[in-house]
Design a protein around this ligand. Structure first.
Ligand code: R5P
Length: 305
């Protein structure tokens, strides 16, 4: 196929999130194609694309990211070799965003390095609720590519509205970094909010306090956080709240990462229900991002013209 006869737009996805990538393609009215990956016994990956388009939307969430980053690099190369003029990465979960500074001497600033890597491969990057804490604006870590950070908070709020939860439910953010998400979800429903304080002593060791926790006695709580990784943060917060007399604890998160043991850990801590967006495929997915992502892709197409 010559460059002139290539389709104008296509969505390409990887096997682990083909369902979400297909939903995005449907929302855009664009064809979908799989990117094939073969992992060799020595750990290397062979990436193959069977078709391309003038503009290709590459869909891949970057949970468990290291192999996925290399495969994205190979896919971008193959798509450009096939004639793609513009590549848009839709990565609902953008990895390495929490290491946004040197916390201890000698550490790499992973956020800058990984965003710089993606910046070299793609003309535009779209993500959802990146963990922006000290970096105020996603565009500042993408030197040349256009970057858009969407928020799932309105969709999480809409989900709570649809579920018709008790009006005295309290939304709880486990730590200061979660404040932006818990307040954004609570505002449209005019729900009360509590925000905890967290000290992390290790990957699986956190100490949490929740000032004002006595307000949770006799009321249901929903814990809201951007990311669940080991689950220790929300498990710790739920135990405190249940000990303080809350009538029931649930969880809502944007990005449900972590290994298959995390739901059991959360249930053992007394959490009755876990809901997440489908940024990372998981049994807890209750909020579909595809329509919002498609709107963002349409905006990008206008800007990249
Ligand atoms: C950190 O600041 C994030 O907002 C989450 O609270 C954190 O990543 C959760 O990690 P874990 O589930 O491992 O406690």
């Amino acid at each position: 196929m010559t460059a002139a006869t290539l389709p104008s737009l296509a969505v390409h996805g990887f096997s682990e999130s083909a369902a979400q990538a297909r939903l995005l393609a449907e929302s855009l009215g664009a064809p979908y194609a799989d990117i094939e990956v073969h992992r060799f016994p020595d750990g290397e990956s062979l990436v193959r694309v069977d078709s391309t388009a003038k503009t290709v939307v590459v869909y891949r969430s970057l949970d468990d990211p290291n192999d996925k980053l290399i495969e994205l690099m190979l896919a971008a190369s193959a798509l450009r070799d096939g004639g793609a003029k513009r590549l848009i990465l839709v990565t609902p979960y953008l990895c390495y965003m929490r290491q946004d500074m040197v916390f201890h001497p000698g550490e790499a600033v992973s956020q800058t390095v990984v965003c710089g890597f993606l910046d070299n491969l793609f003309d535009a990057v779209i993500t959802v609720d990146p963990h922006l804490h000290r970096t105020s604006d996603l565009a500042s870590v993408f030197p040349t590519a256009r970057a858009e950070a969407l928020s799932a908070a309105p969709l999480l709020a809409a989900r709570l509205l649809e579920r018709d939860i008790a009006r005295d439910t309290i939304l709880v953010g486990p730590d200061g970094e979660s404040r932006q998400w818990v307040e954004a979800v609570a505002a449209p429903l005019s729900l009360d909010v509590l925000v905890g304080q967290k000290e992390r002593a290790g990957d699986r060791k956190v100490a949490i306090e929740i000032p004002g926790i006595e307000q949770a006695a006799g009321r249901a709580v929903i814990l809201v956080d951007d990311v669940i990784s080991t689950g220790m943060t929300l498990a710790g917060a739920a135990r405190l709240l249940l000990a303080a007399g809350t009538t029931g604890a649930e969880v809502m998160t944007v990005h449900m990462l972590g290994d298959p043991t995390v739901p059991a850990l959360l249930r053992d801590a007394g959490i009755a229900r876990i809901e997440s967006s489908d940024s990372v495929p998981h049994e807890s997915n209750a909020v579909l991002l595809a329509p919002m992502l498609a709107d963002s892709v349409r905006r990008m197409l206008g800007q990249l013209r």
